[in-house]
Design a protein around this ligand. Sequence first.
Ligand SMILES: Cc1cc2nc3c(=O)[nH]c(=O)nc-3n(C[C@H](O)[C@H](O)[C@H](O)COP(=O)(O)OP(=O)(O)OC[C@H]3O[C@@H](n4cnc5c(N)ncnc54)[C@H](O)[C@@H]3O)c2cc1C
Length: 535
Amino acid sequence: MNGPGPPHVAVIGGGLAGITAAIALAESGSQVTLLEARPRLGGATCSFSRDGLVVDTGQHVFLGCCTAYRGLLAQLGMTAHAPLQRRFDVTVLAPGGRRARLRRTALPGPLHMLPALARYSFLSLAERAVVSRPALAMRGLDPGDPALDAQRFGDWLAAHGQDERSRRALWDLFTVSALNIAGDDASLTLAATVVKTGLLGKNNAADIGVPARPLGELHGDAGGAHLTALGAQVHLNAKVTAIEPIPAGRHGGNAATAPGFRIRLARPVDPASAAPDATDTQDAAAAELSADAVVLAVPHEVAARLIPPGALPPATVGGWAGLGASPIVNVHVIYDRPVTDLPFAAAVDSPVQWVFDRTAISGLNRTSGQAQYLAISLSAADEYVDVPAAQLREQFVPALAGLFPAARDATVTEFFVTRERRATFRQVPGTAALRPKPGTHLPGLVLAGAWTDTGWPDTMEGAVRSGLSAVIELRHTGLSAPGLSGAGSSDTGSSGAGFSRTGSSQAGSSRTGYVDSGLPGSEVNAPASTMEGRQ
Ligand SMILES: Cc1cc2nc3c(=O)[nH]c(=O)nc-3n(C[C@H](O)[C@H](O)[C@H](O)COP(=O)(O)OP(=O)(O)OC[C@H]3O[C@@H](n4cnc5c(N)ncnc54)[C@H](O)[C@@H]3O)c2cc1C
């Protein structure tokens, strides 16, 4: 390895950012080694198997405006398995059978939402009359203006005529789930990005996409298969413990402009996890490898530990801790019969935020049966993340019955909880300045990850954009070798590569208790409470 020929790039971290970067690099002719600490790819987007049920640890959705993410889906041949609504259409439920429907029209944005907002019965006429006030003001905001990141979204909404009710019953529906932070507390910068891009942009920008395949298949398995087909080496269970710059030429590389890196691993890579046809000549038994360039695509707390001294000022790296973490909890409830025919719904005046019908995707009723599997997605879940499953059951089973009258007569056959303690960074004011650009002071070392400075919230779209930006940065500043010179594209949409293999789920079992779903601090509820849930 590292002789004459295409540059060897190590991508550390196999979440969406790392997968995207690895694909872009491999497609442009680099030799790519993807190192992922976990036994599967996909990072925060993952699935596991539980008594034959395929469970996503956290429900994920995306919007029509997520062009980069949709481009990745297209590359992976997965577009058809993550369908977008034909038109933005959300049913909003409240206890006691009250419901409203927010459905866009075919009018051009931002007019497309006005008829639905005018009819939105969870706000008074007076409240509806002033909803367009912040929407209009938002159009004049520049998310790139650092002053915006000093403001809380809730304060800004209040200053534009949005009372407590409007903030909770309307604005929270979108920003709490998109930013994973209590609506009032969100950074105005990120809220403005969401609202301007999603709700005030093109009329199809907010159309909602919901995966129809488990996330583990959609991203991890498909990403691994695609990378293998491109000749990349994918090493799972490959935890990187250090990245050491080595002087130019020491590793015999082709990189006249880059010094190269030695990457140390917690243990030797497993040769069995490498792509069989790959041409990497690294010693698979060694607990280190060298590379001409590195894409570091891990969560910020890991990046802070791994980034070599001199790559960025210590104060910059130290500042990443200020990004913090915000939890997401999913409450999974299986009924013995159907209780709703809605594919998903939002809720107001209820602890339920969003609820999704996961019956088909999970494989429930594969052989027979009429059961229904609902998953409640709770963003900004600080108040729930440490609550025992039994207590969550006491709260959320009645809450669902309040929203779905048919649930009152149904029997809950299974109840369990998945918790992602570090689901995203805390997207509060003051975080924009902490998010780094992809480049570092070490040519050939770049950063990726949804937490980096993508301009987007910590989302799948942000992750994919970060992976592409990292590759573009490498092309500009890292290596001038041929394989990298064509890497990346300023177009963050699909690159059009046409592999379409889908793999089988690499899910692990949760039957014996806490399951590591790929994020630090992620859990499925304890066995005792799981068993309690069975009837
Ligand atoms: C429950 C939940 C619900 C969400 N819902 C949505 C949603 O609806 N829509 C949306 O767009 N986004 C959603 N998100 C956010 C989205 O999943 C993330 O923004 C995105 O997946 C982050 O991708 P990433 O590649 O930047 O990071 P990650 O997915 O965190 O990937 C980083 C990878 O690095 C690996 N790694 C860590 N340390 C090492 C090491 N030392 N060596 C090697 N590898 C290492 C990790 O194992 C991981 O695989 C949700 C997140 C969660 C947790």
